[in-house]
Design a protein around this ligand. Structure first.
Ligand SMILES: [Zn+2]
Length: 127
């Protein structure tokens, strides 16, 4: 699993890029459709499901970080992505996952943290 890597988007496809609202990995809509989310496919089941992709990923995000060494990167730790595959991740994402997915997460004892930055004190105090 440590060799797993997200589909690194090719910049010529930049307009189709979407960020997963759960783990914030960035891929093209096409890659989400073909491969699903490399981190949360088990929960989100995005593969081949355009509606799910629309609901659970967002084309509106801020800041991109490339995570090549998820286990060592402090950025990754701060972004809570340390267990995720290598790839490109968004810093902030607009929107929330659908309620039904949030409920599913709760049933699995997982806490969904919206990645819109609003709950992050760090951003507030820095201003
Ligand atoms: Zn994901």
């Amino acid at each position: 699993m440590s060799n797993a890597v997200a589909a690194i988007p090719n910049s010529s496809k930049a307009k189709q890029l979407r960020a997963c609202m759960l783990c914030s990995v960035i891929q093209t809509a096409g890659d989400f459709r073909k491969f699903g989310c490399p981190n949360c496919e088990e929960i989100l089941q995005l593969k081949g499901n355009s509606d799910r992709i629309q609901g659970c990923t967002s084309s509106s995000y801020d800041g991109v970080i490339a995570v090549m060494n998820p286990e060592e990167s402090w950025v990754a730790r701060w972004q809570r992505t340390s267990k995720y595959v290598r790839g490109m991740y968004a810093v902030r994402i607009s929107g929330r996952i659908p309620e039904e997915i949030e409920e599913e997460l709760q049933q699995r004892n997982l806490t969904y943290r919206p990645r819109d930055g609003k709950q992050d004190d760090m951003f507030q105090t820095a201003r």
